[in-house]
Structure formats: C-alpha cells, structure tokens
Design a protein around this ligand. Structure first.
Ligand SMILES: [Mg+2]
Length: 274
C-alpha cells in the first residue's frame, strides 16, 4: 500500500475536545510529513481559525474549511467551492426557519463570548476567528429538534442541516468530500490510497469517498451513526488524537512507499487503488 494523502477532520479527531493537540498526534503528523504523505485537514472550522492551528501542527498544505464550502490554500488564499451559499443568505433563511418551527435555536453569531467559550473552550481571540465565517452557519439547538428543522427545509432546496458533535450546521448543498478533488490537486497528490479520518456524522461523505476510512472514537466510543454510514471503516483504538496517531502509525508501518523513501519509490502493480 502507498498512502496518497490523509484527509482528516480536526475537532474530536486529530484534536482533543478542548481544541488542544496531544503529543502523540503531533508526532504522527511529523511522521507523515517525513514520509511525504500530505495531511489535508477537512473541517467545519473557518479559514481564519485554521491559520494558527496549521502553524501549531506544522502542516503547510491546502485545507477544506466550513464543511466543504471553502478551500484554504497555503499562504492563506481562500476559494468558495461549488454549492457554497454566502453567510448573509444563510442568516436570513435561519431566521425564517426559526420562526416557522419555533425551535429554541440560536446561531453561533448570536452567542455571547461567554456562551461560546463554554461550548467550545475557545479563548477570546479564537472566538473572533470562529465568527469569521464565509458560507456555513453553526446552530446551537438540542438534537431532538433536528428533524423538525429539516422537515421545514425543503422550501430551500439548496440548503442542508448537518449535525456535528457540538453544532447543527446550516449550509449549501455540499459536504466535506466536495473539497477533496481540489485539495488533492492543490497538494499535488497523485496515485495511491486515500485515507480519511473523522469522528462525527458530518464526516460520513468524506469517509465514504476514501479508499480507507478511519473512525476516531470519542470518550464514549465511536459515533454509531457514522459507523452505520461507513460500515467498512476501521475504528481507531483510542479516543481523539491518541487514536488518530495510533491509526496513522499503523498505516505508515504498512506504507511501502514510506519504507523505501517517498521520492524514489517505484510504483508497483496493485499499490494504487485510485
Ligand atoms: Mg469532528
């Protein structure tokens, strides 16, 4: 097996629930980089939030932001992807949706710093970056309301409501996997096994698109819905970053390109799956 690229969710997958990075995950990111395997984050975070995080992770690669609405290229340029709906339109639709359903829902933009901080553990500077959204609107609402809100959505066929592990996300008709072709092209990643890692139902399309899918458990175990959506996925042996790191270490040990050196390795029949 030769690993072409690792597409990975961040929150709860590579990162801890409080947004920190464990030492094992940092080591595994460095090992992938040393093996010449691009690590391409695909996240619900904004491009503004990603910049300091990528620096902390020492990842200099394109990244998918806002659930497949935006690609951030190295250097900080961003591109809106097909299907993305601008934020102002999402805010207007949400107001109508809330009025119609009576759902006790609020957007992330309506939360005070204290409320947002208690939900996300972000500091004040990070909160400002999380509010710099381009084309997704996270909502705070009990999951019991999800179906009632979705039932009111057909009036806006370009929009979707997708549950992440903290928020319900309102956005255009796109998912994280929509960023994959642009990310692989921008990273210059060709030939080999595409690995994808995630922890929540909003990672389902991303994992389903990969050749090899890894579900990273939370502290209460892996997401049952994600396992249903991607039944062939492997499950990492520990929660969050430690599990991500363990899964990546196992894959790297089986990466024949890694064993022979990335630049000089010859392609062998059957090594590439896509
Ligand atoms: Mg996640």
């Amino acid at each position: 097996m030769r690993i072409r690229a690792v597409l990975t969710d961040l929150d709860g997958t590579l990162l801890e629930p409080d947004g920190s990075v464990c030492a094992e995950a940092l080591t595994a990111v460095a090992a992938l980089a040393a093996a010449g395997v691009p690590v391409l984050p695909v996240t619900s975070k904004t491009a503004a939030e990603l910049a300091p995080l990528l620096a902390r992770l020492a990842i200099d690669a394109p990244a998918g932001c806002e659930n497949g609405a935006v690609v951030r290229l190295p250097g900080g340029t961003t591109e809106l992807l097909p299907g993305a709906v601008p934020l102002a339109e999402l805010v207007a639709v949400f107001a109508a949706l809330r009025e119609r359903t009576g759902a006790p829902a609020r957007t992330l933009l309506e939360l005070s710093d204290a409320e947002m901080s208690s939900l996300t553990s972000l500091d004040a500077a990070s909160l400002a970056l999380a509010r710099r959204r381009q084309a997704t609107l996270p909502l705070v609402v009990e999951p019991a309301w999800d179906e009632r809100l979705r039932a009111a959505l057909p009036e806006w066929p370009r929009l979707r409501l997708v549950r992440g592990n903290r928020f319900l996300h309102l956005h255009g008709d796109h998912a994280k996997d929509g960023a994959v072709p642009r990310l692989l092209a921008a990273a210059g990643a060709r030939g080999g096994t595409i690995v994808a890692c995630g922890d929540a139902p909003n990672d389902a399309e991303l994992l389903a698109r990969a050749d090899l899918a890894v579900i990273v458990p939370g502290s209460a175990g892996p997401s049952a819905e994600l396992r249903r959506c991607v039944p062939g996925a492997r499950v990492a042996p520990h929660p969050h970053g430690r599990g991500w790191a363990a899964a990546m270490t196992t894959l790297l040990a089986a990466d024949d390109g890694h064993a022979r050196g990335h630049a000089a390795r010859p392609r062998t029949r059957g090594a590439a799956r896509s």
